[in-house]
Write a protein that binds this ligand. Sequence first.
Ligand code: PLP
Length: 384
Amino acid sequence: MIYLDHAATSPLCPEALEAMKPFLNENFYNPSSLYTPARAARTAVKEARETVASCIGAQPEEIVFTSGGTEGDNWAVKGMALAAMAGPSPRRIVTQGTEHHAVLRPCDSLKAQGFESVRLPVSRKGVLSPDTLKQALKTRTLLVSVMTANNETGTLQPVCELAEIAHAEGAFFHTDAVQAVGHIPLNMNIIPADLLTASAHKFGGPRGAGFLYIRRGVKLPPLLEGGGQEMGLRAGTENTAAIVGMAAALKKRTGDMAEEMFHKERLRGLLIDRLLRRGLEFVINSDDKHLPGLLNISFRDADGEMILHRLDLMGIQVSAGAACNSMSTEISHVIRAQNLPEKYAKGTIRVSFGPENTEDDAERLAEALGTIVVQPHHCACGKS
Ligand code: PLP
């Protein structure tokens, strides 16, 4: 088996598993309980918050643990809208066409509450230009939400510049950084975002855990009310094991980041080189500034889903478009927003390398693609 779909989810890293074990077993206590053995659980949650905060240049009280990316995105968008409904703030949210559905769908559903939801166009490689945002913000806006890195293409957005523009026009700025946290350096002392979403399973932590960064001073209404956990913002007994596992994974990924970025990007380059040598005709859908190790390519006159299934039979796992939408055979909204010509769009696959992948994995994928992708002018021997 060659797993090349780390952007869909990643294997639990050994450090996370070890950190979680005691809290799945002997230390089952409720972190809020007052007797002595519960103190270890309480301390573990506190230390996890400190670890997560230090990995992204935040303060511990700016980190609220959630169940993952979907929750964080929904909370950021709907929460800011709810706060605005109590006062004279503008009911307008600006985002862009390649956002994850966890942002787009809440924006759409807010229309029923009288909100205007604006989706800005992106370049052929999926980048939102600062000028486009500036123009869009000539109308007063509550919130701008632009992802740090796209989950299908890996394209990075100029979030620092976009957040500055949003602030200059009086809007709040949220970024979905689900694909970026643990993969590229992020420092909240440098990125002027008000809200940032992260999800543990994308960086070697467990599924069902994540966090929302809420900058000090930003008033976001509670997501869940009840026992007052998470500084009164998200009530419910903490999932200590998941929280501790997430922190351990993020610490590991942050420590190894430079090495892992280099390694994954080298495998991506190797794969592109081998595909070119085989004479395959394809386009790359990521911008030059992209997540290390993520390659979204479209083969001319091919069928991405067929490629996925043929690779699967050969024990190689990649994705055709977004895994969160894997039951759909349609061309993804991201590829559509990037205006890819139809003769390429259908032949799109996403390959996302992880730290455990090897050069041999990239070679074997290229070899497999060489036999699967049949193009009128292409011969599997590499000669066109
Ligand atoms: N945002 C992005 C960019 C994602 O890639 C994903 C998951 O694929 C999500 C949000 C949703 O995250 P989760 O699976 O943790 O709910």
